[in-house]
Design a protein around this ligand. Structure first.
Ligand SMILES: N[C@@H](CCC(=O)N[C@@H](CS)C(=O)NCC(=O)O)C(=O)O
Length: 209
């Protein structure tokens, strides 16, 4: 088993933290996103959608998409459980993971990818080039700030995103907050629950890995 990775990209970082939390060490294969290696012929055979991370199994099966990779890893290495320990917890982890991806990470990507000079025709990931739409930068900012408030509210009562158990939803939210720095979206002084949670989560050996 090996993981196609990129040390500077937030998506594979989520899988690396997931593995570190499980205490599992697997070989990493660096894919140079800055040089466009993900769009080259060789990587398209690994993932035609041209994104990392990808988990390659020993029989050659390629698993792309973070949720699918983590689902596989969770079944192979069940302890500690990171995707919920019963039906309700599993549903809550999947629910929050989706919200964080769609309302948080996607909003931050909307800011970055429609503004960065180095991403002029790469406004979305994938095999086809798409032009930036500068008007989406302000919309992304509004969406991201609103979602940080939403998460702050969610963290009012529990230690972690879905309650008292650290989970994949926390990993996704942690990487989202770090990714926010790229677009100068930071935790506000008023978001005290989010700050308390971030201070705890950022001290875990997995997130420091
Ligand atoms: N939905 C994908 C998202 C993966 C993704 O967006 N990866 C980014 C790195 S953070 C990527 O490969 N970007 C390639 C590009 O920008 O062309 C997943 O869950 O794995």
């Amino acid at each position: 088993m090996k993981l196609y990775d990129c040390a500077t990209a937030p998506s594979p970082q989520r899988v690396r933290i997931f593995l570190a939390e499980k205490g599992v060490d697997i070989p990493l294969v660096a894919v140079n996103l800055r040089e466009g290696e993900q769009l080259g012929e060789a990587f398209r055979k690994i993932n035609p959608d041209c994104t990392v991370p990808v988990l390659e199994l020993d029989d050659g099966t390629m698993i792309s998409e973070i949720f699918a990779i983590c689902l596989y890893l969770e079944s192979q290495y069940p302890e500690p459980a990171l995707m919920g320990r019963n039906s309700v917890e599993r549903a809550m982890v999947a629910m929050w993971n989706t919200k964080i991806e769609q309302n948080g990470i996607a909003a931050l990507a909307e800011i970055l990818r429609n503004r960065a000079k180095g991403m002029q025709d790469r406004a979305l990931t994938g095999p086809i080039n798409l032009a930036q739409i500068p008007q989406l930068v302000a919309r992304g900012r509004t969406r991201a700030e609103a979602f940080f408030d939403r998460l702050d509210d969610q963290l009012r009562d529990g230690a972690y995103v879905t309650g008292d158990q650290f989970s994949m939803a926390d990993i996704t939210a942690y990487v989202m907050v770090e990714f926010g720095e790229w677009s100068k979206i930071a935790i506000k002084d008023s978001q005290t629950n989010l700050q308390r949670w971030y201070d705890t989560v950022s001290k875990r050996p997995g997130t420091m890995a």
